[in-house]
Ligand binder design. Structure first.
Ligand code: URA
Length: 209
């Protein structure tokens, strides 16, 4: 507690985590092994939002630790974006069975948690990973290939939709687009003075051809 009787940032975060862990707002809570809340820093200038936990994330209670997460991490390391710069979360915090897309009701049930997370993380830039994150976060209905790679300004935030890394694992020929989009994030962080400029051009980890 602060002298004014307010929760400290750390206490507020702990209270938020406890709330998520006890959540039974939708039926995904019945089949989950773990509530998957975040990895990275709080607060953080950059927030990634994915769709929902898969089997690996459900088992470990940490977002993006499976194959898609490994690809995301390769990109973050290549652009020298360290975990103290970013926060990773999902539209829903519990695994949808068989990794299906979360239903609108599930996304709606989870939204107050994401809204609270957002308040605590206070990001400047938001990267939406894939069509589901784009749809549920912005309400937009455009296809992801149409709107990816373009900044959207909304209520003082900068939002960049891009491909989900799992899509890139299945469509390797598109990988340069995800690479370029994370490059745009890097450029924007530099422009806003939030990271030091890179000393040399990064190499795309999986080759550019
Ligand atoms: N895919 C997602 O959208 N989120 C995860 O946490 C893992 C895979």
């Amino acid at each position: 507690m602060t002298e004014q009787g307010k929760l400290t940032d750390q206490e507020a975060w702990q209270q938020f985590v406890q709330g998520c862990q006890a959540c039974q707002r939708c039926s995904l809570s019945q089949s989950r092994r773990h509530v998957v809340i975040s990895r990275g820093a709080v607060p953080a200038p950059l927030m990634f939002i994915g769709e929902g936990p898969g089997a690996d994330e459900d088992a470990q209670g940490i977002p993006f630790v499976g194959a898609a997460g490994k690809l995301l991490d390769l990109l973050l390391v290549a652009y020298d974006l360290k975990p103290d710069m970013y926060h990773i979360a999902n539209i829903v915090k519990c695994r949808p069975p068989q990794n299906r897309v979360p239903t609108p009701e599930e996304a709606k049930s989870c939204r107050p948690w994401l809204a609270r997370q957002f308040q605590l993380v206070r990001p400047k830039l938001i990267v939406l990973l894939g069509a589901t994150a784009y749809k549920y976060f912005t309400g937009g209905t455009e296809g992801i290939s149409k709107i990816r790679g373009q900044w959207i300004e909304k209520s003082g935030y900068l939002i960049l939709p891009t491909y989900h890394p799992a899509y890139i694992l299945r469509n390797n020929n598109e990988r340069v687009r995800l690479w370029d989009d994370i490059g745009m994030v890097r450029d924007k962080l530099e422009e806003l003075g939030l990271v030091e400029p890179l000393q040399h051009q990064p190499d795309m980890p999986l080759g550019r051809s």
